[in-house]
Ligand binder design. Structure first.
Ligand code: FES
Length: 170
């Protein structure tokens, strides 16, 4: 088991090495490097950020500060279902906040804790999903749910649970 973990870490580092190589070890390419790494892992693991810092010969604190500055970088792993509730102006006016509250309450999450312990759900807010005409909008993974209502939130979770049961039975 331990051996497998070591191999996995080595493999991870090899992939990151290739990404850094592609960007020719240039410090100026830190943002695109982080973007590529996040595409690979869906978030930026702490050890990987330290590895990037060492490879580019910059302080780890610099990498952390860049990663935390840009909201599209995730510093923690996300759940299987990433629920994005739009709180841009159009969605806000159409009551997106009560929808967000209902989703958080249902999953026992809040502003600080945004991922369920079983790693099934992450809830995030976004400023505009570019579908203002369909406000309020919620996106689950890549699927857009438009004209959301509090009632639709319940149906949404019933559907997700059904999907899960189907997956587990397969
Ligand atoms: S404000 Fe929500 S999609 Fe634009």
């Amino acid at each position: 088991m331990e051996h497998k973990m070591i191999v996995t870490r080595t493999e991870r580092l090899n992939k990151v090495c290739k990404i850094i190589e592609q960007y020719q070890y240039r410090k100026n390419n830190l943002v695109p490097i982080l973007q590529s790494v996040q595409l690979q892992y869906e978030y930026l693991p702490e050890d990987i950020m330290e590895f990037i810092a060492a490879s580019l010969q910059i302080p780890a604190a610099k990498v952390y500060s860049v990663a935390s500055f840009y909201t599209h970088f995730a510093l923690k792993p996300k759940g299987k279902y990433v629920i994005k509730v739009c709180n841009g102006t159009a969605c806000h006016v159409k009551e997106s906040l009560p929808i967000l509250d209902k989703i958080r309450t249902y999953l026992k999450l809040d502003e600080k804790k945004n991922t369920t312990d079983d790693m099934m759900f992450t809830v995030e807010t976004v400023s505009c999903l570019g579908a203002c005409g369909l406000a309020p909008v919620v996106v689950i993974n890549e699927e857009v749910h438009s004209l959301m209502t509090l009632e639709k939130v319940e149906t949404l979770f019933i559907d997700l649970q059904a999907e899960e049961r189907k997956e587990n039975a397969a």
